[in-house]
Ligand binder design. Structure first.
Ligand SMILES: Cc1cc2nc3c(=O)[nH]c(=O)nc-3n(C[C@H](O)[C@H](O)[C@H](O)COP(=O)(O)OP(=O)(O)OC[C@H]3O[C@@H](n4cnc5c(N)ncnc54)[C@H](O)[C@@H]3O)c2cc1C
Length: 329
């Protein structure tokens, strides 16, 4: 049964604790709910926005038009001894050791081990999935520990855990188009890149995904997960944030500006913006690529701060840094 509410405030559905109301609001608790809601919106000609953990978005103070769906569809299926006609990829993220985090001592090549397929609904919480798979002796996603959010958001943005990218593990997936039809695709469809997948462009919704994971070294993987949590917690803010605001810079940009690292945080710090604030939004003292909500931040505060950071970076380095977070209205 679809339950649609009007004018629901979205702040508490984001890690930033910022944003106005959803004009229409519903929660999907299963794949079927998700499909029904998208079909409903199509029939009523209502624009649809999907939110997972709300950890990579900035919602307008004026809210989101149309139907906002909070995706809580949860299902995890493990397929043992699968026949797989695909090698996992080894693309790397724009990550360099040292500035804020150091993780490469924890890297393992899981692909040398026997494979399993884990089929996951897009609403599954990433931390839950990591713990579930580790508890069943399955490795491969421990590098994404301490990243909040859902599998849908993780695949949408091809999240990076140190040098690792989650898209490398994607085998097949089912998408929902804007009419509510299911489309089956494989890895190549996604055009994964750093902080990017085709879902940014085609507006399809991820229904579920088959990840290729491994019967790897479980003790090492559990230790990796614990260490990731410890090291990320030591740097990440306790106050509300949306993680990194900007994408890291490319190798070419790094060369041009003679930066020791690819880190957008380094660039922002050099531009003198660490600790700078507008209203309730502040560039975090420990990691300049984070903006924290000190309690009263509005979307306008954050947007003004983002603009000022970009201007200062452009003035100092003559390069444009680009947002990682997604604006929703
Ligand atoms: C403290 C902190 C640390 C973080 N660390 C990292 C990190 O190390 N690496 C990293 O890459 N990111 C990091 N992030 C960013 C964020 O957690 C990830 O991008 C996460 O995967 C977003 O998932 P989500 O479910 O919260 O997405 P949301 O914020 O809910 O949505 C993000 C985008 O994905 C779309 N989306 C969500 N679900 C679907 C779906 N089913 N189908 C289609 N589109 C969908 C949304 O519409 C939106 O455009 C961090 C964030 C925080 C707050």
């Amino acid at each position: 049964m679809i339950d649609i509410k009007k004018n629901v405030n979205l702040k508490n559905y984001t890690t930033f604790k910022i944003g106005g109301n959803a004009e229409l609001f519903s929660e999907a608790f299963s794949n079927e709910d998700l499909i029904d809601l998208i079909k409903y919106a199509h029939i009523k000609k209502i624009p649809t926005t999907i939110i997972g953990g709300g950890s990579n978005i900035l919602i307008s103070d004026n809210g989101i038009k149309g139907l906002t769906i909070i995706n809580r569809a949860k299902s995890i299926e493990i397929i043992e001894n699968p026949k797989i006609d695909f090698e996992t990829q080894n693309n790397k993220s724009r990550y360099q050791e040292g500035e804020y985090f150091k993780f490469s001592d924890l890297d393992d090549d899981d692909s040398i081990y026997d494979k399993v397929i884990v089929k996951v609904s897009s609403g599954v919480n990433l931390t839950y999935l990591i713990n579930e798979t580790l508890s069943k002796g399955i490795t491969g996603i421990q590098y994404f520990t301490a990243i909040p959010g859902s599998i849908g958001g993780a695949i949408f943005n091809n999240i990076h855990g140190g040098s690792k990218l989650i898209g490398n593990l994607v085998y097949k997936a089912r998408l929902i188009d804007l009419k509510g039809n299911i489309i089956k695709v494989d890895h190549s469809f996604f055009n994964f890149d750093y902080d990017k997948s085709i879902l940014h462009e085609n507006k399809y919704f991820l229904l579920d995904v088959e990840l290729i994971l491994f019967k790897g070294n479980i003790d090492k993987a559990k230790n990796t997960s614990r260490e990731w949590l410890k090291r990320k917690r030591a740097v990440q803010p306790i106050l509300p944030s949306a993680g990194s605001i900007f994408k890291n810079i490319t190798d070419e940009e790094k060369e041009v500006i003679s930066s020791p690292v690819n880190s957008a945080g380094w660039v922002i710090e050099q531009a003198g913006m660490k600790g700078y604030s507008i209203g309730g939004a502040k560039v975090y003292d420990k990691h300049a690529n984070y903006i924290i909500n000190t309690g009263t931040a509005t979307q306008k505060d954050v947007s003004s701060l983002i603009l000022e950071i970009k201007e200062k970076v452009l003035k100092k380095f003559k390069i444009e840094i680009n947002e990682e977070i997604i604006f929703k209205e």
